[in-house]
Design a protein around this ligand. Structure first.
Ligand code: TXA
Ligand code: MG
Length: 338
């Protein structure tokens, strides 16, 4: 085996030392795996963008382990931000606040604001504490691919491109954190995620949603939301309708010689006929769909399918985040029965 192909799985202490030396290391969080680097170092942040092949105008989230760390990074913390952090940290909530200029400009992509979150994962918290650094960390996938929910997903995308992977088992939530802009009077959801709009509204009352999330014609305020994302190798098309309607679409593709994959749920699986049928959780418990969605999308890459049809979900609770990711993966291609 060549040295380049050897996966490197450091223990916590060694990983923390690598981070202090401005190397980049992947680590588990409760949402997805992150690719961490010293948020105070241009050199480390450059390595993150290079490893992912990420456009440099897309800013990164800074991960902290103690509330006190926040005060070293931001100014003018609003009351709504305080309430949200109190309610949901550690957890899948990212707050956008005014940067005090401490983090690398490359983290914020030149914006005057910075995104911060405290992950609810013992390994992530221990690593940040041991490194004694705020960690800039995007999801640890190649830009454009589905986010990684296991160390194996990270290895598939980034082996040879990063200093190591801390393996902490499968991530639980499965979709990324909810990003909330807390710099104005009313908090604005820029990216739906693990914490639902309903949960946020229960804590702070009025919540706005970035219009770009509701219409494909608006420019998103969260720069990352404009890119094609979360995509398996084969084109993906969303299908809203009955299993009979879906089976008919599959049959037509097969008649044209195509190998067809279907992403479905526990409830519909036995009614669907295709070359490769992958189940992503239960429609009755959308959290199970969130936690298996990216693994399911990635598994089509091993099946050599030519096209993938995916079922749709109600945009309620975590279903909003699930549909946001599926719509991006499908570049908004959707076929409706009626
Ligand atoms: O759950 C998560 O949030 C994961 C784990 C690793 O923590 N991280 C993650 O990072 O999803 P990433 O880089 O894939 O997504 C960060 C999102 C992007 O949509 C980016 O545009 C937005 O946050 N963002 C970061 N800083 C921002 C800022 N100052 N203003 C607006 N949006 C910002
Ligand atoms: Mg990402």
């Amino acid at each position: 085996m060549s040295v380049e192909n050897k996966n490197n799985y450091p223990q916590l202490k060694e990983a923390a030392q690598l981070l202090q030396a401005n190397e980049v290391v992947a680590f588990p969080t409760e949402t997805v795996y992150g690719l961490g680097g010293n948020a105070l170092s241009d050199e480390a942040v450059d390595k993150i963008f290079a490893a992912k092949g990420r456009p440099s105008d897309n800013p990164l989230i800074v991960h902290i382990a103690q509330k006190e760390q926040l005060h070293t990074l931001v100014t003018n913390i609003s009351e709504t931000a305080e309430k949200l952090m109190e309610a949901f940290w550690p957890g899948p909530l990212t707050v956008i606040l005014h940067s005090n200029g401490t983090v690398s400009e490359k983290v914020t992509a030149g914006l005057s604001t910075v995104a911060v979150r405290m992950p609810n994962h013992p390994v992530a918290l221990a690593l940040i504490t041991e490194a004694n650094l705020p960690l800039a960390a995007p999801s640890a996938n190649l830009s454009g691919k589905p986010s990684p929910t296991t160390a194996k997903h990270v290895a598939k995308d980034l082996t040879g491109r990063i200093a190591g992977i801390v393996d902490g088992g499968a991530a639980g939530v499965g979709v990324e954190s909810t990003v909330v802009d807390c710099t104005g009077e009313i908090p604005v959801i820029l990216r739906p995620g693990g914490i639902t709009t309903e949960q946020i509204s229960a804590v702070v009352g009025e919540v706005a949603v970035d219009p770009a999330l509701l219409s494909e014609h608006e420019a998103p305020k969260s720069p990352g939301m404009k890119y094609r994302h979360y995509s398996p190798d084969a084109p993906l098309v969303l299908v809203e309708g009955s299993s009979a309607f879906l089976n008919e679409l599959v049959r037509k593709e097969q008649e044209n010689g195509k190998i067809v994959g279907v992403l479905t749920t526990l409830e519909e699986k036995s009614d669907v006929f295709a070359d490769c049928v992958i189940e992503a959780g239960s429609r009755k418990e959308l959290q199970t769909v969130a936690s298996s969605l990216y693994d399911a999308l990635r598994s089509f890459d091993e099946q050599a399918v030519d096209i993938i049809f995916a079922t749709t979900f109600a945009k309620e609770g975590v279903g909003v985040a699930i549909m946001n990711r599926l719509e991006k993966a499908a570049s908004n291609q959707i076929i409706k029965e009626n």
